[in-house]
Design a protein around this ligand. Structure first.
Ligand SMILES: Nc1nc2c(ncn2[C@@H]2O[C@H](COP(=O)(O)OP(=O)(O)OP(=O)(O)O)[C@@H](O)[C@H]2O)c(=O)[nH]1
Ligand SMILES: [Mg+2]
Length: 306
């Protein structure tokens, strides 16, 4: 299981891994865990975008455990364990409702990868033998509805849509009705990433949230925030904005394949306490993985070709 996941994210993480290379060299080098080593470790973690807070925590723990000891494999194992623990309560995958449709709302700034991730997620859900439909609640742009329609056709799943400019909450309402009537197991709701103002965007999300909850008790059961990993620490700031408006249940971190900033996953987890549920590692339908902290950290510490 672990092996398969490591292979799966290995390619997607190659850029982030290169940001960790300096740290691995340091940990696999010779010498003592002295102040110079700790300073260098701090710098390396910071450069790998692990984030200030997470970096400080790890360096402090290494100091306490290994001060003045020789650098051995134990130090590396310890650092890895610290990194894993920072991510440990990650709850991968979706929590399905035992009865009735599970509603998954997807939010995030424009271009973060919402619509693509929805298509990937729908495919993964289908492959579990579940009946899935998508709701085109990004009515801000006509192209957004078209894009989701293309994916739905490719996947052979239902799509609930209306024209451009229709109230997103109205589409969400219809989608919930359809979900109940047609017995979908999962309904995934696409939302706009760009409206006239940030306030408008957040209000729109709140409206969709409310309407969905009125139609189906407890819905939306998952609110997934899509963050673009290439934006690094900026993704953390975005998440803080969104979580003020809608209660998010988890994160989809996209474009891990295109960035050396995948280390930001540690900062996101520490700052927001939100689990990273899925990671996007490419543009194809199969390029979405349930997030596995053990496999992720293992993959970071693998040397190229090793
Ligand atoms: N390399 C890579 N590209 C991705 C990934 N996820 C999405 N993309 C690309 O990012 C671009 C934007 O993706 P969309 O899914 O349209 O983003 P969105 O959040 O729906 O955008 P808006 O609807 O404009 O708010 C597309 O070119 C996708 O192919 C990923 O995991 N890796
Ligand atoms: Mg979109």
């Amino acid at each position: 299981m672990l092996g398969r996941l490591i292979r799966g994210i290995r390619a997607g993480l190659s850029k982030t891994r290169s940001a960790f290379t300096g740290m691995i060299d340091l940990l696999r080098g010779k010498g003592k865990v002295d102040q110079a080593f700790l300073d260098e470790l701090e710098k390396r973690l910071y450069l790998a975008d692990v984030g200030t807070q997470a970096t400080r925590t790890i360096v402090e723990r290494v100091r306490q455990a290994f001060r003045d000891k020789e650098i051995t494999g134990e130090v590396e194992a310890f650092v890895k364990r610290q990194l894993r623990e920072l991510l440990s309560d990650a709850s991968p995958g979706l929590k399905y409702q035992p009865h009735g449709p599970t509603v998954v709302m997807v939010a995030g700034v424009n271009g973060s990868g919402k619509t693509t991730s929805i298509a990937k997620l729908a495919k993964a859900i289908q492959s579990e033998g579940k009946k899935v439909a998508v709701a085109a609640c990004d009515t801000f742009r006509a192209a957004a509805v078209e894009q989701l329609t293309v994916w739905a056709n490719r996947l052979g799943c239902d799509i609930i849509k209306q024209g451009q400019g229709v109230q997103p909450a109205a589409v969400a309402h219809d989608a919930c009705e359809a979900a109940k009537a047609r017995g979908y197991d999962v309904l995934i709701v696409d939302t706009a990433g760009r409206l006239h103002t940030q306030t408008h965007l957040m209000k729109e999300l709140e409206k969709i949230h409310t309407v969905v909850g009125r139609q189906i008790p407890g819905a939306p059961h998952e609110v997934l925030l899509v963050l673009d990993a290439t934006t690094g620490q900026n993704a953390v700031a975005q998440a803080e904005q969104f979580t003020k408006s809608v209660k998010c249940t988890g994160i989809i971190l996209t474009k891990l394949d295109g960035t050396a900033k995948g280390g930001a996953i540690f900062a996101i987890k520490q700052k927001l306490g939100l689990p990273v549920k899925f990671v996007g590692v490419g543009e194809k339908l199969e390029d979405l993985e349930p997030f596995d902290p053990d496999a992720f950290v293992e993959a970071l510490f693998e040397k190229e070709g090793g």
